[in-house]
Design a protein around this ligand. Structure first.
Ligand code: SF4
Length: 118
């Protein structure tokens, strides 16, 4: 059975710097820093980004998100990836075709619609 990456050892994803989040993604997507696993992560076996340059998913501030979102738009597990990033409050990188700002907006909208506030 495959196991979750142990990196980072103690911090929650939302506490990570951009670089740390990138390392976390590399681990999650089994690009050399660890292995994905378990039912929650089974979708990652189909992650299209695992076949591309991982750097494009972490553009510099002001950089284009288009290369990454173009890959995501072709990815079979875009919805699962997005929900993973939202549920783990990952605040760096393109996940599920959305930037951190996009995901924050979506989370706010979901809270608003569900009556839990903005
Ligand atoms: S949606 Fe994008 S970031 Fe998520 S697994 Fe697919 S290609 Fe990777």
């Amino acid at each position: 059975m495959r196991t979750l990456p142990e990196w980072p050892p103690s911090e929650e994803p939302h506490d990570l710097s951009r670089e740390e989040a990138q390392q976390f993604m590399l681990g999650v997507f089994d690009l050399g820093y660890g292995t994905a696993s378990g039912e929650e992560l089974a979708w990652q076996d189909f992650a299209l980004c695992a076949e591309t340059d991982p750097d494009i998913f972490f553009p510099e501030k002001g950089g284009s998100t288009t290369p990454a979102t173009s890959v995501c738009s072709q990815c079979l597990v875009q919805a699962e990836c997005l929900e993973y990033a939202l549920s783990h409050d990952i605040r760096h990188g393109i996940w599920g075709g959305m930037s951190d700002n996009d995901r924050r907006r979506l989370s706010r909208e979901r809270r608003r619609v569900s009556g839990l506030g903005a």
